[in-house]
Design a protein around this ligand. Structure first.
Ligand SMILES: Cc1cc2nc3c(=O)[nH]c(=O)nc-3n(C[C@H](O)[C@H](O)[C@H](O)COP(=O)(O)OP(=O)(O)OC[C@H]3O[C@@H](n4cnc5c(N)ncnc54)[C@H](O)[C@@H]3O)c2cc1C
Length: 312
């Protein structure tokens, strides 16, 4: 049922007419809850507030599925400039990058070259970098890039999606590298042949994979807003005597902030992912699709200017 709702929301909001309308009005109608703004300055302002409140922060400049080499190169430049701007403000931030923005669909070497440029800048700034995981058709290529670069850049991590049937095997293959893994439930519409469809099954699989990653000596970034699941994962970390050098919780800015605050107050390491940029729409639609109640929020804001002013 959850997978069906997700597929419907993705389909409706990807229609060209809906997209055009939403790109004009969506920020005011609720996307601003999730997206820091369109500029690096917006993202760094939000990052500064979160760092001052005891969070770790990673930044994403939104954009994906680039089909133009110049645009892929420009995306890498943006990250290099972002790290320089963060450094000049003494803000310690990490990055979360999408390989299709850096040319994965164009040519593997183009993508490797652009990603290396970002990683060299990150090495200079002492910033960690994580590679997002995109739709299932890109998993092989994404992991190939990660496996090529991880030995050269030990601060590099990659995201794995608990809903994919293949992920247990991927973990077994990657474990000898002792990598930094961000574990998520998975945000794309995937068919039953590729991914678990049932929410409860995905949550059970997540916990099982989190245990496996901890036991294999990987750094676990447990990325979720599911409080019950995170409590179980943190309990497993405690039972294994792991410290904040071996795990952290990750959440998206704008989702479940009270859970975030509670975890920080309890002394848990929490990283918040802050996204920004003009190409916010496809990312925002995935946030709508993973919680269709957010579509209700959009509609309420549309009919009630007062609700829009108050925010979600
Ligand atoms: C830091 C981070 C990085 C991520 N990177 C990737 C990635 O690279 N690739 C990928 O496929 N997916 C990624 N995701 C998304 C992930 O796959 C899930 O789609 C998303 O986290 C929702 O699942 P959940 O674990 O929060 O659990 P859910 O069971 O979906 O949600 C638990 C609770 O959190 C709240 N919540 C969750 N989502 C929303 C929302 N959109 N709006 C409002 N409330 C919400 C609700 O209260 C919900 O009941 C990332 C998520 C995070 C936190």
């Amino acid at each position: 049922m959850a997978a069906l709702a997700r597929a419907v929301v993705l389909k409706v909001f990807q229609r060209p007419g809906v997209r055009r309308w939403m790109e004009r009005h969506g920020m005011a109608l609720g996307a601003g809850r999730f997206v820091a703004g369109e500029t690096a300055g917006d993202a760094l302002r939000v990052a500064a507030g979160l760092l001052a409140a005891g969070r770790r922060v990673s930044l994403t400049h939104l954009g994906e599925y680039t089909s133009d080499a110049a645009a892929a190169r420009a995306a890498a430049d943006t990250y290099v400039d972002l790290l320089a701007a963060a450094r000049s403000r003494a803000l310690e931030v990490g990055l979360s990058i999408k390989l299709t923005q850096l040319g994965l669909d164009l040519d593997l070497d183009v993508c490797l070259e652009n990603t290396r440029r970002v990683l060299d800048a990150a090495a200079g700034a002492g910033a960690l970098v994580e590679i997002d995981m995109e739709d299932s058709a890109r998993v092989d290529a994404t992991l190939a890039v990660f496996q090529r670069l991880a030995p050269e850049y030990p601060f590099l991590g990659v995201c794995l999606q608990a809903y994919l049937h293949r992920t247990p095997d991927d973990i077994q293959r990657l474990a000898p590298l002792r990598p930094r893994i961000r574990l998520v439930k998975g945000a794309y519409a995937e068919p039953p042949s590729v991914a678990l469809q049932d929410r409860a099954a995905v949550t059970r699989r997540y916990l099982e994979l989190a245990r496996r990653l901890m036991d294999a000596g990987c750094f676990l970034a447990a990325a979720s807003h599911d409080g019950a699941l995170l409590r179980e994962v943190l309990g497993e970390a405690r039972r294994r005597g792991l410290g904040p050098d071996r795990y952290e919780v990750q959440m998206l800015r704008g989702i479940n902030p009270s859970l975030q605050e509670g975890l920080v107050a309890a002394g848990e390491p929490v990283r918040v992912l802050v996204v920004y940029g003009r190409e916010w729409y496809p990312w925002f639609v995935r946030r709508l699709a993973e919680r269709p109640a957010n579509v209700g929020m959009l509609l309420r804001n549309l009919v009630s200017p007062a609700a829009r002013r108050r925010g979600p």
